[in-house]
Design a protein around this ligand. Structure first.
Ligand code: 3PG
Ligand code: CO
Length: 555
């Protein structure tokens, strides 16, 4: 059994309020015109960076440091918050799926054998994000899944694709669709009836998160399950090419479409007896669809028809809800997170963000676990996000509201840890709108000020960090770091995250004056933050946690 009691830190006291601010999508990069953090007025973050060098450092937030397959993988919020909260590096979904495909274990496990039962009579439907972004899904995994299923008896396969443009360049959807269409054509030559059946842009169709807007999931349901959509095409390539030709078209927001046969009928509605796999490994933007597919009682929208299917997720998306019940690959088991330890050691905790990032500082932070560890000691506040807009229209988002709620929580004296996520740099960065992202960064900085002023008032400690880069670099670069030009000679706006490191800053009147960042850790990363936070609360971290970032000189 786990011993939850944390040892006392030999030098640092207990009882100080520790405030953790996660600036979403806030990396450190060269200061140029594509660095929105540099361009924005950010006096508070500037003063942390330009203050005492032993109170500001950079840590890795991408690749193997956060459990991704390789150091070419950019960071993301899921793996970033997992690492921040868990204090250890776990092999993440992308890597686990790679391993299961490489070893062939995926075909032997329960999940695949369950859906396989439908292959004789029914169609296999695959729903998910079609790109090589590696954040929610990966094209090469989808290709292997299609191939493997066809070799194991799937005779009729239908793909329901979501175009990306958010973890990859806008416009790249065409190439991904070409690739998968080629694969499917080859399968057809071998006698497997394999086609794309429907599609749409990820932010407009299916991939909402944290129940911000069920209309998004409904649009997907109508196309995928009912076979109904406002646009009908003969092929997926024709669909994306045509829809992208519309003014202001954007991969993230393509409208829903279905592929129809000669008589105008959808080629792939989901019907009784079919099998469905949602092939995203990442949970947050698949949970809502998983609920719609799996729950008997469901009132979020009118499903019209609920097919009797065998459904499996690429992973299980929510361990507590056991959602979905069947899955192809077991998710990382992230246990004994810092949040759980600290609560069990009496640390009263407050967490807050707005809807679009609420699960990041709660669910992801706590090792993909929803709910409280101890409701008498925790309070999680969700500020409703605007829905139905792209965040470049409202780049300030709810930063002020989050900051004010957090200030009140700090001043209330009811909490020992206050933890928040400020989404602006990331959510606006993903729109690719540079001017709006500059406004977003300023708004986040202003929110930091409100929170730090409150920390100052109560004599607390702060730790300001980020989960991965985004707003600090908004252009695709070539190997020498210069903007990479496309065929027409134009720069390409980078809507995705980056490979950049992120800052960690500590301070506040409650911080022991001898605390400073160590310089002896080889490539520190986000997973080193949890032990650091435990120290700031006056505890030593468990032995298997990644080491603390700080040391304490006698002063
Ligand atoms: C998204 O889901 O919005 C992006 O794919 C990744 O962004 P996040 O990791 O910052 O949530
Ligand atoms: Co992001």
């Amino acid at each position: 059994a786990t011993s939850w009691t944390l040892p006392d830190h030999p030098k640092l006291p207990k009882g100080k309020l520790v405030t953790i601010i996660v600036l979403d999508g806030w990396g450190e990069a060269t200061a140029d015109q594509y660095n929105c953090i540099h361009r924005a007025e950010t006096p508070v973050m500037d003063s942390l960076k330009n203050g005492a060098p032993e109170k500001w450092t950079l840590v890795k937030a991408h690749g193997t440091a956060v459990g991704l397959p390789s150091d070419d993988d950019m960071g993301n919020s899921e793996v970033g918050h997992n690492a921040l909260g868990a204090g250890r590096i776990f092999a993440q979904g992308a890597k686990l799926v790679d391993a299961a495909l490489a070893s062939g274990k995926i075909w032997e496990d329960e999940g695949f054998n369950y859906i396989k039962e439908s292959f004789a009579e029914g169609t296999l439907h695959l729903i998910g994000l079609l790109s090589d972004g590696g954040v929610h899904s990966r094209l090469d995994q989808v290709q292997l899944l299609v191939k493997g299923a066809s070799e194991r008896g799937a005779k009729r396969i239908r793909l329901h694709i979501l175009t990306d443009g958010r973890d990859v360049l806008d416009g790249s959807s065409v190439g991904f669709v070409e690739t998968i269409e080629n694969d499917l054509a080859q399968l057809r030559e071998k006698g497997v009836d394999a086609r794309v059946a429907s599609g749409g842009g990820r932010m407009y169709v299916t991939m909402d998160r944290y129940e911000n807007d069920w209309g998004v999931v409904k649009r997907g349901w109508d196309a995928q399950v009912l076979g109904e959509a406002p646009y009908k095409f003969k092929s997926a390539l024709e669909a994306v090419k045509t829809l992208r030709a519309e003014p202001k078209a954007n991969d993230q927001y393509l409208p829903p479409f279905v592929i129809v046969d000669e008589s105008g009928k959808s080629v792939g509605p989901i019907v009784d007896g079919d099998a469905v796999v949602t092939f995203n490994f990442r949970a947050d933007r698949m949970v809502m669809l998983a609920k719609a597919l799996e729950f008997a009682d469901f009132d979020k929208f009118d499903r019209v028809r609920v097919p009797k299917i065998k459904y499996a997720g690429m992973l299980q998306y929510d361990g507590e809800l056991k959602l979905p019940n069947k899955f192809l690959v077991s998710p990382p088991l992230i246990e004994r997170t810092s949040g759980e330890y600290l609560v069990k050691n009496g640390v009263r905790t407050f967490a807050c963000s707005e809807t679009v990032k609420f699960g990041h500082v709660t669910f992801f932070w706590n090792g993909n676990r929803s709910g409280y560890f101890d409701e008498t000691k925790e309070e999680y506040i969700e500020i409703p996000s605007d829905s139905g807009i792209t965040f470049n229209e409202q780049p300030k988002m709810k930063a002020l509201e989050i900051a004010e709620k957090t200030r009140d929580a700090i001043l209330s004296g009811k909490f020992d840890q206050v933890r928040i996520n400020l989404p602006n740099g990331d959510m606006v960065g993903h729109t690719g709108d540079i001017e709006a992202t500059v406004v977003a960064c300023k708004a986040a900085d202003e929110a930091v000020k409100i929170v730090l002023d409150a920390v100052e008032k109560v004599g607390g400690i702060y730790l300001v960090t980020a989960d991965h880069g985004n707003a600090e670099d908004m252009v695709k670069r070539n190997k020498s770091g210069q903007p990479a030009l496309d065929k027409s000679g134009s720069i390409q706006i980078l809507t995705s995250h980056t490979l950049q490191p992120v800052p960690v800053a500590i301070g506040g009147p409650g911080l022991h004056p001898g605390v400073k960042f160590r310089t002896d850790i080889n490539t520190p990363g986000l997973a080193n933050v949890a032990a650091t936070v435990m120290n700031l609360h006056g505890f030593l971290a468990p032995d298997d946690f990644e080491t603390t970032l700080i040391e304490v000189a006698d002063k």
